[in-house]
Design a protein around this ligand. Structure first.
Ligand code: PEP
Length: 250
């Protein structure tokens, strides 16, 4: 069964309200209605405004994080129900900046992933090795451990699970993985999902590549058999470059 590529923009802690709306409108206007799924994940405070800017378009609204509890005394946190309330359809978990800058533990990442999936949203679970781990030949072990933060017993719908392979050394550095390096890890991820679930399930899960994907390198990466889209940081902040990647995926 063919997997529809999914290109998602992670805006991180960028834009202000007016620029978020402007960017969302341009992405909505330029995104095709078929052949590729497109999403944007703005900062929390602009979700509502961006939802309105995307209204009537096929572009999915995403969130960059979510807390695992439903409600209560968790100052500063945002629940999955709150995200659904403003139209969010997908949520990132385990992004390298949350793991390595905000020091989220594998246990916390796993709890957040369970809450996102159990809340009915599309879970985009990010995995990827740091440079010293790649140099130490630990890439596959690191990625496997991060995949095992997910619980196959509670995740049954492959359409609501997306894995983003993002080598940490490639994020925001301008240095992307080569097509072959990406394909090697993506194939390993699919094989691991096949063992955790089963090969049919694994064959339906989309695996995005992330890490300095841009219009100039997108086609080569997206042409790899196990690369089913991209999670885009820097290049998602300009509609022109983001849409060029979207079109390369189509
Ligand atoms: C990201 O943070 O998800 C990412 C891939 O960033 P960049 O495209 O800027 O490397």
């Amino acid at each position: 069964m063919p997997r529809i590529p999914f290109i998602a923009g992670n805006w991180k802690m960028n834009t202000l309200k007016a620029s978020a709306i402007e960017l969302a409108k341009a992405v909505a206007q330029g995104s095709p209605r078929s052949g590729v799924e497109v999403g944007v994940a703005p900062p929390f405070v602009y979700l509502d405004a961006v939802a309105q800017a995307l209204a009537g378009s096929p572009v999915l609204l995403g969130a960059q994080d979510a807390f695992y509890e439903k409600s209560g005394a968790f100052t500063g946190e945002i629940s999955v129900d709150m995200l659904k309330d403003v139209g969010v359809k997908f949520v990132l978990t385990g992004h390298s900046e949350r793991r390595h800058v905000l020091h989220e533990s594998p246990e916390l990442v796993g709890k957040k992933a369970a809450a996102v999936y159990n809340g009915g949203l599309i879970l985009v679970h990010c995995v990827g090795e740091k440079l010293d781990e790649r140099d130490g030949n630990k890439t596959l072990a690191v990625v496997e451990a991060q995949l095992k933060e997910l619980n196959p017993q509670s995740i049954a719908d492959p359409a609501r699970l997306v894995i983003a392979y993002e080598p940490v050394w490639a994020i925001g550095t301008g240095r992307n993985a080569t097509d072959a390096q990406a394909q090697e890890v993506h194939a390993f991820i699919r094989q691991t999902l096949g063992k955790m679930w089963n090969p049919d399930f694994a064959g339906r899960v989309r695996i995005q590549y992330g890490g300095s994907m841009k219009p100039e390198n997108a086609k080569g990466l997206l042409d790899q058999p196990d690369v089913d889209g991209g999670l885009i940081g820097g290049a998602a902040l300009k509609a022109e470059s983001f849409l060029a990647i979207v079109n390369a995926a189509k």
